[in-house]
Design a protein around this ligand. Structure first.
Ligand SMILES: NC(=O)c1ccc[n+]([C@@H]2O[C@H](COP(=O)([O-])OP(=O)(O)OC[C@H]3O[C@@H](n4cnc5c(N)ncnc54)[C@H](OP(=O)(O)O)[C@@H]3O)[C@@H](O)[C@H]2O)c1
Length: 320
């Protein structure tokens, strides 16, 4: 089968399309013919080899040469212990090495909502579960709250707007001029164009800020947070050459340690319950993925380059 293989760190050119052995499902696994996958920051950092990321992935070259996590596809075979799926089922989920024609999956495999395409389904897992866990588990989101999403038009942000609306909150989205209309179309009640206005200088206060882009300092964010507010760090600018975006997280955590507001940083974790909740939200139309562009497998370097520019509308998807 064809798969993206990365034998060294670097720019998108390090991603090569190789012929490798097709996997065989174990008794408790399901073999999926992948139809689509999507790009997240994890793949970007895995590809470029940010020094701190190399501690886990390999100091000089990647130990695991495969990339990708999100997938959608069709069940091609099931292990003998699996009774929950059958050949031909349409599914989506997450599995390391999803930039491939086939993956074997044990855990994160969910029936694909019928009302969305394979491309849309593949855009959901990482970005939407991050938005959900950030708002609900760390942001403690409650109906009626005023929520601000900084970095609201990209992968995580566009799901966050819709999920925050599903929790019946008032949502302010922060994005660039070209994304103002699209942020409104995702359901934001108010949109701040960061090129024209600095939301941290306004008089409005928020109960929850989901900080996807990390573009302000703690003293600026604090000005617009209610005393008992939750501030959730999801992402950050590229940061220092050694620890990258973690520099921002450490800085904010250190300077906010005595604040009355609760400041959290988290790494999203896949689980079936949350994936099933997202499936329901997709089926009921509470959440609708937005895919800026679909690239064929062979053009993955172009897709990565586009993602690396940092201003994608919604998600970038790759089809196999
Ligand atoms: N903690 C976790 O588990 C987790 C999981 C997934 C991702 N992340 C992190 O989340 C971040 C975003 O990921 P993503 O996939 O959503 O990336 P993305 O699709 O590239 O989105 C980036 C967002 O940042 C916005 N942005 C850029 N400059 C900005 C500025 N000056 N002010 C406000 N917003 C600005 C962009 O809006 P415009 O295009 O309008 O400028 C866009 O909405 C990354 O740092 C990633 O590492 C964390």
């Amino acid at each position: 089968m064809k798969a993206i293989v990365q034998t060294k760190y670097g720019s998108p050119e390090v991603l090569e399309l190789h012929d490798i052995e097709k996997p065989t499902p174990k008794d408790d696994e399901v073999l999926i013919k992948v139809r689509a996958s999507s790009i997240n920051a994890a793949e970007w950092y895995g590809m470029t080899g940010l020094p701190i990321a190399r501690l886990g992935k390999g100091l000089f070259k990647p130990k695991n040469t495969r990339l990708g996590a999100d997938y959608s596809g069709i069940v091609e075979a099931v292990g003998k212990d699996r009774t929950d799926f059958k050949v031909g089922d349409e599914v989506f989920g997450a599995r390391t090495g999803a930039y491939a024609e086939y993956v074997c999956v044990k855990n994160i495999i969910i029936p694909k909502p019928k009302n969305i395409s394979f491309e849309e389904a593949a855009s959901v897992p990482t970005a939407a579960i991050t938005a959900l866990q950030g708002l609900r588990d760390f942001g403690k989101i409650q109906a009626g709250q005023k929520v601000l999403i900084n970095g609201a038009s990209g992968g995580v942000g566009h799901f966050a707007i819709q999920i925050a609306k599903a929790f019946d909150t008032e949502v302010t989205a922060v994005c660039s001029t070209k994304n103002v209309e699209i942020a409104r179309s995702f359901g934001a009640d108010y949109v701040v164009d960061y090129a024209k206005e600095n939301f941290t200088l306004s008089n409005k206060k928020y109960d929850l800020i989901l900080d996807v882009s990390g573009t302000h300092s703690w003293s600026e964010y604090k000005r617009v947070l209610n005393p008992n507010a939750n501030f959730v760090i999801v992402g950050a600018p590229k940061g220092t050459p050694v620890i990258g975006p973690l520099a921002h997280v450490i800085r904010v955590k250190v300077v906010s340690w005595r604040a009355s507001q609760k400041v959290s940083f988290f790494i999203a974790k896949f689980n079936k319950e949350d994936m099933n909740l997202l499936k329901e939200m997709l089926e009921t139309g509470k959440v609708k993925p937005f895919v800026e562009k679909v690239y064929p497998f062979e053009k993955i370097a172009d897709a990565m380059r586009r993602f690396g520019q940092g201003h994608v509308q919604g998600k970038i998807v790759i089809t196999m």
